[in-house]
Design a protein around this ligand. Structure first.
Ligand code: NAG
Ligand code: NAG
Ligand code: NAG
Length: 382
C-alpha cells in the first residue's frame, strides 16, 4: 500500500518532531489527581523534604527553623497537600535568646525549664539554690536583650551564714575567710593541750539551712608520764599528775649526794608529754674528808633545807677562808680609805657583797670580830 508507505515516514517525522515533550510526558509518573507542587517558602525555615519528589494529596511537609531561629510555640510548622494546593502556613520561626544563663547561686524557676523560645524582651525568674538566701534589694529577673543575649544577673541570692563559732577552752578557732556557706574554720589547741575531735569544720547544708559540718573539738591537757624513780632519792611534794611546765624536784636520802639537775620539767612533743631530761642520780657521799676550801666557797647555790648540815671540818675551813678574805678586804679598805670618797664607796660596796657570802656560809661570828671601827662599815652588819 503506497499511501501507508508514504505516510509512515510522515508519522515518524511527526513523532520525531514531537519526541522531546512526548518523551517527558511519558517518563513523568502519571500525575495523580490533586497532587501539589513543591511546598511554599516560609521565612527563616526550610522544608524537610528528604527524598520526596511528589506531593500527593494528604502528604505533609514539616519545616525546620534556620540556625538562630526557634519555633514559636503554638504555631503550625507544617503544610498539608489539599487538592492541588498546600494548606496555609504563617511565619512561625523567630529569633530567640539561648537557654537562660546558668547561675551558681540560683536555678531557673521550674516553669521556665521546659521553655526554649525566649523572644526579645522576655524575662525569666530564678529560685535561690540551697545554702543561699534571696536579696530582695536586687532584681531576680533576667531579660532577653535586643541582641538576643541575656541581661547580666545581679547577685540576687547571697550565701547563708553559719553561726558564730564559740570559743574553744584552751584552744583557738581560726576563721580563714568568713562564716558563709562553703567556708571552713580551723581548730587548734594551746601548747600543752591536745586536740580531740575534728581539726576543721565546714559551713554546709543541713536541710534548708546551713550548719557547721563537724562538732567542735576539745583541747585536753597533756600529762607527762609518772616521773621516774631515783634510787636513794625521792620526789618533793609528789603530785598525782604532771601537766605541761610542771616540774618535779628530787632530793637524796641522808648520805647520798645529788648529781645532775635536781628538777625536771614536763614538756610536750607531738602531743605527748615527756620529761625535760633524765632525773638526777643519788650517789653515796664520799667519806667526810676536808673538802677543798676554794671549791666550797665558790659553790653557786647554797645548800637548801633538807640537805646535810655542813660538817665541823668544813665550817672551820670556811671560817679560815672567810677570815683571810676579810683581812684582805680590810687592807683594801684602808688603802682606798686614804684615796678619797669615791674610792671608799667602791670598797664599801665590795665588802657588802663579800659579807653577804659570809652570812650564807654561817661564819658571821668571825666577821664580827674583824669588824673595822669605821662607821662606813657599820651598816653592812645591821
Ligand atoms: C518575633 O518576636 C518579636 C519580638 O521579639 C515579635 O514582635 C514578633 O511578633 C515575633 N514574630 C513571630 C512570627 O512570632
Ligand atoms: C548585647 O547588648 C548588651 C546591652 O545592650 C551589651 O551589654 C552586650 O555586650 C551585648 N552582647 C553582645 C554579644 O553583643
Ligand atoms: C589562722 O590561719 C592562717 C592561715 O591558715 C594562719 O596564717 C594564721 O596564723 C592562723 N592564726 C592562728 C591564730 O592560728
Amino acid at each position: 500500500m503506497s499511501p501507508a508507505r508514504r505516510s509512515a515516514p510522515a508519522v515518524l517525522r511527526l513523532l520525531g518532531g514531537l519526541a522531546p515533550p512526548l518523551l517527558l510526558l511519558l517518563l513523568r509518573p502519571p500525575a495523580a489527581s490533586g497532587d501539589c507542587g513543591l511546598p511554599p517558602d516560609v521565612p527563616n525555615a526550610q522544608p524537610a523534604l528528604g527524598a520526596l519528589t511528589s506531593f500527593p494529596k494528604q502528604s505533609t511537609v514539616t519545616y525546620k527553623c534556620n540556625e538562630g531561629f526557634v519555633k514559636v510555640p503554638g504555631k503550625a510548622d507544617s503544610v498539608v497537600c489539599l487538592n492541588n494546593k498546600w494548606s496555609e502556613v504563617a511565619e512561625f520561626c523567630n529569633r530567640s535568646c539561648d537557654v537562660p544563663t546558668r547561675l551558681l547561686f540560683a536555678s531557673l524557676k521550674k516553669s521556665y525549664t521546659k521553655q526554649n523560645y525566649f523572644p526579645e524582651g522576655s524575662t525569666v525568674e530564678y529560685d535561690c539554690r540551697l545554702g543561699y538566701i534571696r536579696d530582695h534589694s536586687l532584681s531576680g529577673k533576667l531579660t532577653c536583650l535586643q541582641n538576643f543575649t541575656w541581661s547580666k544577673p545581679d547577685e540576687f541570692c547571697k550565701k547563708k551564714s553559719c553561726a558564730n563559732p564559740r570559743e574553744i577552752k584552751n584552744g583557738h578557732v581560726n576563721i580563714t575567710h568568713d562564716l558563709l556557706f562553703g567556708s571552713s574554720i580551723h581548730f587548734s589547741c594551746n601548747t600543752g593541750y591536745k586536740l580531740v575531735g575534728a581539726t576543721s569544720s565546714y559551713c554546709s547544708l543541713a536541710g534548708s539551712t546551713v550548719e557547721w559540718s563537724d562538732p567542735f573539738p576539745e583541747c585536753q591537757e597533756i600529762l607527762c608520764p609518772e616521773p621516774p624513780e631515783v634510787d636513794h632519792g625521792m620526789i618533793e611534794e609528789k603530785q598525782n599528775s604532771y601537766a605541761y611546765r610542771h616540774s618535779v624536784t628530787y632530793k637524796c636520802m641522808k648520805g647520798f649526794t645529788l648529781h645532775g639537775e635536781s628538777s625536771i620539767y614536763c614538756t610536750v612533743k607531738d602531743d605527748q608529754g615527756e620529761w625535760s631530761g633524765p632525773p638526777p642520780e643519788c650517789k653515796a657521799t664520799r667519806s667526810p674528808a676536808v673538802p677543798r676550801a676554794t671549791t666550797r666557797f665558790h659553790a653557786t647555790s647554797p645548800p637548801k633545807g633538807g640537805g646535810s648540815s655542813p660538817s665541823v671540818a668544813s665550817i672551820i675551813a670556811s671560817g679560815c677562808v672567810a677570815g683571810t678574805i676579810i683581812i684582805g678586804t680590810i687592807i683594801l679598805v684602808k688603802i682606798f680609805w686614804g684615796s678619797g670618797k669615791s674610792g671608799s664607796y667602791y670598797t664599801h660596796e665590795n665588802n657588802k657583797a663579800l659579807n653577804v657570802k659570809f652570812h650564807n656560809l654561817t661564819v658571821t661570828g668571825d666577821a664580827t670580830e674583824v669588824r673595822p671601827s669605821s662607821d662606813l662599815q657599820q651598816d653592812i652588819y645591821v
